[in-house]
Design a protein around this ligand. Structure first.
Ligand code: NAD
Length: 704
């Protein structure tokens, strides 16, 4: 059985070179093939050679099925005719490989209009025409499809003497991305490859090695055409002989100004605008030297008494600056070039800048950790490192201020986590995340992570197509929420933070490839007796309209004064509220067990990497017996119960949901969600653990 049994493919320009290799490989895999070729020379002249027929004969000799087509891809009538030929000859069309091409190379000033037009016509217009007619047929047949276009290094990176060809090939990459977006809902994927192989087109080019065979490129194209690549679309792959890779279009983090840009400001910021993520721009070299100086200074600021019994080999990888080591034993610390002999823990910094800001007290370690700027394979070692080494003193030594470093209080001033608590003056501050497309894979991963296994959340094949599980919107919103919570000016201590309440308002369901823009705003900061209550409102925009609204109430506990923690009046009131309510008449109840790997799965699928959910050492350091489940995962369990219990299993009917997080949830617990009617369309909800203690209270659900 071949991978393409029963499939029908159209390969343009398949009379030789790469196209022939694709046509033969597809036919060997069981596909019936329309072999198109206008039969022209390398420069598009001498039309009418029987190139397509020869390849058809080769396929037939191998026992395969094929028909020849001598049309030109640059003609709308011919392009339509080749699609029709596939359907008339073999009954359908599943795969199109847009491969036909010619060259008319000249430098810009020597290139005439005809040369420009010919190349743009065959490559760019030809790809457009064949794709358009093929997609029309694929949509009509409703069986999905695969389009594979041909781009080129010349268009993606640039090549001397090929303005026409480069423009056409870059245009094809752009066309590919747009077709992928438009066709996702029809299960038609569209990708491009940029090949390099020795063919008629490249026979005179010394830089293409003889060993680069067209047959070596074909397997990548075959894979993209196969069932396996159903989830791959809108991407461009390189195939240089047997070297396969992906071309990715990157953007730098860039600079956003409050005030309007001026010509001078652009010049001053140019390095920062163009600096890749984590490099710190032109200062990178200087920063690397400073990072090294900080590590060299660390042995001088080691707390010998506190760290007397610590025996460890630490390796620090600082992106863009190098690898540094520390050896600690018998109350001494020493700097090691590279990694020490025995490594007991590895710590990664995303850039030298992060280390420098930490050492200057401009960035708090918790925030850097929460934002993923620092990673450690052993949390315990990272915590010991933080308490036995005075990083800010090392920073001061590295900066040449050794005298200041003697006074730890001087080093801890300025930035960092102030003792005053969150700053109410930032109320109204807004945060905007870049727009992005929602991928089916992330929707499926989320539904799996919250054990909501309705077929429509898990498969694109489901009736009506894939829709996102009820609370999936929290995933695209998390970055906007985190941006608000870790805002330097807000100054909220992330390790003292608990999620109090969450409200979600749904205007529509989310679907794959929706283009969404997450926004957030610090809505209020209120001081209470035991801490600060911060409300962050979030909005997920889709094509200019709000599709989901969320509001998160977060509580930042005040640091304790060493006495045992007292229950605050606020929480007493909350508990009293629970007791006062009469027992409701439960209309639906659902049980769910928190799996051992649930917090880890949820962290991966939701993007909430707070270590308190995944790292036992961090949880214990926070006084908890084990890692706790994300509150929003518990809420997702409850949302599933709401949809299944009072919305006929239709996520579209869920319009609003609000809960209060009353107690931590641990792995292995059995949770029961109960719903009762308050008035038609409005329900109360609570979730209890197996001891009958409420973990979600004050639940409100509205359905349509
Ligand atoms: P090739 O010259 O062997 O094949 C191109 C085929 O397209 C020819 O058989 C030609 O007759 C046919 N053709 C030309 N105009 C046509 C038209 N209007 N309608 C239908 N058929 C037409 O060259 P190749 O190297 O096999 O190139 C295949 C594709 O790969 C081209 O799009 C080319 O730009 C691209 N490409 C090739 C390389 C390489 O290293 N070979 C590098 C980058 C991109």
């Amino acid at each position: 059985m071949g991978a393409f049994d029963g499939k029908v493919a159209l390969v343009t320009g398949a009379g030789g070179g790469l196209g022939r290799a694709y046509a033969l490989a597809l036919a060997k895999g069981g596909a019936s093939v329309v072999v198109n070729d206008l039969g022209v020379s390398r420069h598009g002249e001498d039309e009418g050679q029987a190139l397509a027929e020869k390849v058809v004969d080769e396929i037939k000799a191998l026992g395969g099925k094929a028909v020849a087509d001598r049309g030109s891809v640059a003609s709308a009538d011919d392009a339509q005719a080749m699609v029709t030929r596939a359907i008339e000859s073999f009954g359908r069309l599943d795969i199109v490989i847009n491969n036909a091409g010619i060259l008319r190379d000249k430098t810009l000033v020597r290139m005439n209009e005809a040369m420009w037009d010919q190349v743009i016509d065959v490559h760019l217009k030809g790809t457009f025409l064949v794709t358009k007619f093929a997609v029309e047929a694929m949509i009509k047949a409703g069986q999905g499809g695969r389009i594979i276009n041909t781009s080129s290094y010349a268009g993606l990176k640039g090549n001397f003497g090929q303005t026409n060809y480069g423009a056409a090939k870059a245009g094809i990459a752009g066309l590919t991305r747009v077709v992928a977006l438009e066709c996702a809902r029809y299960k038609v994927t569209c990708n491009a490859i940029a090949p390099v192989a020795k063919t008629r087109m490249t026979e005179e080019l010394d830089m293409v090695p003889e060993s680069y065979a067209a047959e070596d490129v074909a397997p990548l194209v075959m894979w993209l055409a196969s069932e396996e690549a159903a989830g791959v679309s809108g991407r461009v792959f390189g195939a240089h002989g047997r070297h396969y890779f992906e071309y990715v279009m990157e953007t730098t983090p860039g600079v956003e100004r409050e005030q309007a840009w001026t010509l001078e400001a652009v010049g001053e910021n140019f390095e920062a605008i163009t600096a890749p993520a984590g490099t710190g721009g032109e200062a990178a070299g200087e920063d690397a030297a400073r990072a090294r100086a900080i590590f060299e200074a660390l042995p001088q600021v080691f707390d010998r008494e506190a760290g007397a019994s610590w025996d460890a080999g630490l390796v620090f990888e600082v992106r863009g600056a190098g690898t540094f080591g520390l050896r600690v034993n018998e109350g001494r610390a020493s700097f090691v070039e590279g990694a020490p002999d025995k490594v007991s823990a590895k710590v990664e910094f995303d850039s030298a800048q992060t280390l420098i800001e930490l050492a200057a007290g401009q960035l708090s370690a918790q925030k850097a950790f929460m934002a993923g700027k620092i990673k450690a394979d052993t949390m315990g070692a990272l915590m010991k490192f933080a308490s036995f080494f005075d990083l800010q003193a090392a920073g001061a030594i590295a900066a040449g201020g050794a005298a200041d470093a003697q006074s730890p209080s001087a080093a801890s001033e300025g930035g960092g986590q102030g003792a005053e608590g969150p700053n109410g003056e930032v109320v109204g501050k807004k945060f905007k995340m870049p727009a992005r497309h929602l991928k089916p894979s992330e929707m499926i991963a989320y539904a799996e992570a919250v054990d909501d296994r309705q077929a429509r959340y898990l498969s694109e094949e489901a009736e009506g197509g894939l829709v996102a599980a009820p609370l999936f919107a929290v995933q695209p919103l998390i970055g906007a929420l985190e941006a608000a919570m870790t805002d330097e000016e807000l100054n909220a201590d992330m390790l003292r933070l608990v999620h109090g309440e969450q409200e979600m308002i749904f205007h529509d369901v989310l679907r794959p490839w929706d283009l969404v823009s997450p926004r957030s705003e610090i809505a209020s900061v209120e001081e209470k007796s035991s801490g600060w209550l911060i409300e962050v409102r979030q909005r997920l925009m889709r094509e200019g309209e709000v599709v989901v609204e969320a509001s998160s109430a977060l509580f930042v506990r005040k640091p304790s004064d060493g006495t045992s923690p007292k229950k605050s009046n606020d929480s007493k009131k909350a508990r009293a509220g629970e007791e006062e309510r009469e027992s409701p008449e439960v209309v639906f109840s659902q049980e769910q067990v928190v799996a051992e790997d649930q917090p880890r799965r949820y962290a991966a699928a939701s993007g909430d990497h707070n270590p308190i959910h995944v790292d036992e050492e961090v949880a214990r350091a926070a006084g908890l017996p084990d890692v706790i489940l994300h509150g929003l995962c518990t809420m997702a369990f409850a949302a599933r119960a709401a949809v299944e219990g009072v919305a006929d299993g239709r996520v579209e009917r869920l319009k609003r949901m609000k809960v209060r997080f009353a107690r931590p949830v641990f792995r292995g617990q059995q949770l029961t969600t109960r719903l009762w009617e308050v008035e038609p369309g409005r329900y109360g909800l609570e979730t209890l653990n197996e001891k009958g203690q409420p973990v979600l209270t004050h639940g409100e659900v509205e359905v349509e």
